[in-house]
Design a protein around this ligand. Structure first.
Ligand code: 6PG
Length: 321
């Protein structure tokens, strides 16, 4: 049995997993943006505007709110008001930084997130926990799949996330592709200060039947990478052979890590991960190293072979509107 006992939320149905995953993501979003899982939107100008689907109507409202603010003396520059303005500006500029994997996770996110009203897409910075080095229009591309299934379906009035895919010109050079993606991360996470590791608000992972997580494969040398943020993978034993992946230290430095795993085909690997950490599967390593910040969202089929774990009932964190 694993020494670091992760939180395991188990659901009888796929839709149950999708809804809980979406709730957990929105809670992480609210916490990153407002320091509160349940933040109700403040009635600031942009937020009032975003509640209205017609662009014309939102422009009219934004204008009338700012007119109201200047009429009520918001422009006066006392020390406390400028402190408040700086605080407000800082709050407005906050971003929710998330790392996505590929595979069936994308369909779970599509099912759970697109129907929610409280996803603040325009404040999301989306990176990829791993990517297969194939053209974006290939069905194997994690970015391509996330774009066509999720991002292209966000209603325009909800805004659009900043998305950071790999450089498609570097598909034939995995090392250069990984180095360039690392530079993208440095720009996003360490532009002002030097940081040892990027700190995502949330990294979402799946787990394949062979035990790979992101593109960290069992017994592969990338599992031991301790310096780079992003590493090339040259001989992946399943799926497209060349890939890039975030490394174990980066994944384990995330504020939260979430595994989303479904289906009876995953039952053997989940039982090895939970009951035989000594086998060193990538997910077991992450379970140990990020202990206390990990949650597993699974269906009952995926955990049917695991004995001796406590499955929790998921308590929704974000009150519906
Ligand atoms: O690019 C990849 O290979 C994925 O990021 C990978 O880590 C994925 O999450 C698992 O393979 C699970 O995929 P399924 O959920 O589709 O089994």
């Amino acid at each position: 049995m694993t020494t670091a006992v992760p939180l395991i939320y188990s659901f009888p149905e796929f839709s149950g997993v999708a809804e809980a995953v979406a709730d957990h993501i929105v809670a992480a979003q609210n916490h990153a943006l407002y320091g509160d899982y349940n933040r109700k939107k403040s009635m600031s100008d942009t937020n009032i505007a975003s509640q209205f689907s017609s662009a014309a109507e939102s422009m009219r409202l934004t204008k009338s709110v700012s007119e109201h603010q200047s009429a009520s003396g918001n422009g006066t520059n006392t020390p406390s008001s400028s402190r408040e303005q700086r605080k407000k500006k800082k709050e407005e500029n906050r971003r929710f930084r998330i790392g996505l994997s590929g595979g069936s996770l994308i369909s779970v996110l599509r099912e759970g997130l697109l129907k929610r009203q409280d996803v603040e897409w325009s404040k999301w910075d989306v990176y990829f926990a791993d990517e297969r080095l194939v053209p974006f229009d290939s069905p194997e591309s994690n970015y391509g799949k996330a774009k066509s299934q999720i991002f292209d379906n966000i209603p325009p009035e909800k805004g659009y996330p900043n998305i950071f895919p790999i450089d498609e010109n570097l598909l034939n050079d995995p090392q250069e592709c990984a180095d360039t993606y690392e530079k993208t991360l440095i720009k996003g996470f360490a532009s002002k200060d030097s940081v040892k590791l990027p700190m995502f608000d949330l990294i979402l992972l799946g787990c394949a039947p062979d035990g790979h997580v992101a593109s960290l494969f069992p017994n592969h040398e990338t599992l031991r990478e301790s310096y780079a943020w992003c590493a090339p993978v040259l001989n992946a034993p399943s799926g497209p052979p060349t890939r890039i992946t975030l490394t174990v230290p980066v994944i384990c430095h995330s504020h939260r890590v979430m595994f989303v795993v479904e289906g009876a085909t995953k039952a053997p690997v989940i039982s090895t991960i939970m009951e035989r950490p000594d086998k060193g599967l990538p997910a077991s390593i992450i379970n140990e190293k990020a202990a206390g910040r990990i949650a597993w969202f699974v269906d009952d089929d995926a955990v049917k072979d695991v004995v001796g774990i406590t499955k929790k009932r998921y308590k929704f964190l974000v009150h519906s509107e």
